[in-house]
Design a protein around this ligand. Sequence first.
Ligand code: SER
Length: 306
Amino acid sequence: MTGSAGQVGGELLLELEKKFSSNDIVVSDINGLDKISDDYEKIILDVRNYDLLKQIIKEKDIKYIFHLASILSAKGEENPKLAFDVNMNGTHNVLAASAELGVDKVFIPSTIGVFGPEAQKDNTPILNSSRPRTMYGISKFTAEYLMQYYFERSHLDVRGIRYPGLLSYKTPPTAGTTDYAVDMIIHAARGMDYTCYLKEDAVLPMMYMPDAMENTMRLFDAPLKNLRYRGEYNISAFSFSPGELAEAIREFVPAFKVKYKPDSRQKIAESWPRSLDCSDGVKDWGFKARFTIREMIRDMISNLQK
Ligand code: SER
């Protein structure tokens, strides 16, 4: 697993534990590995380092790669060169090395950020006009093409999901545009007011982390012959705006107050769809989400208060 210390890594490890022994899992990241349990073998890896990546795959006899290392939308706009390098060259390194060394299966997440402002706003299908405007979206959209390329050229079994905003109480998000949702719930659980950097009515597709992880493994385990797409599967459990989330939180924390001070992330949010058509994932590999917004908030608040 690359990018193991990020928002998805820790949660995906819990899911992988259901299928593999921790002795069989190698976790890597450029930093933050000290936060991860010593049950796993840990290796410091910058995914831009092709030679080290190949050496690890060979020496550890890696069969599957979960390539999570990525610079998300907001941080990517602060440092586009870094985002291009990590997201584009890092991903290409993983694909090229996997194809060359015969890795059995590769999972690479994509994002709602692949869509641009011209795309349909509601119930957006997979193949819609995608002219992403963030470096994150541009690099992930191109990564989807690279996945198709290595699938056709080298028969590499590579799969991916376009994650919506992911909410978790366990691992903090890493500088995306959808992070406000996690932050808002954390503030509410601590009895604090919250100032939101998006407008009250900025609707985005979202999902609770346990659902995202279960569906990641559902896609990972699906028969290859059923998959009509490589990295492009849309998934989302629900959509909400900051105002709607705040209102839903008030059922559990009635005194919760939110102020709105939109910053540059509002423009990113406006360039993304409000909701996604997820029917291709349902058809091809059985996508389904368990948690409603209400169940997610209840679960997050009760765990955060513990
Ligand atoms: N959560 C991501 C972001 O906000 C979108 O995939 O950048």
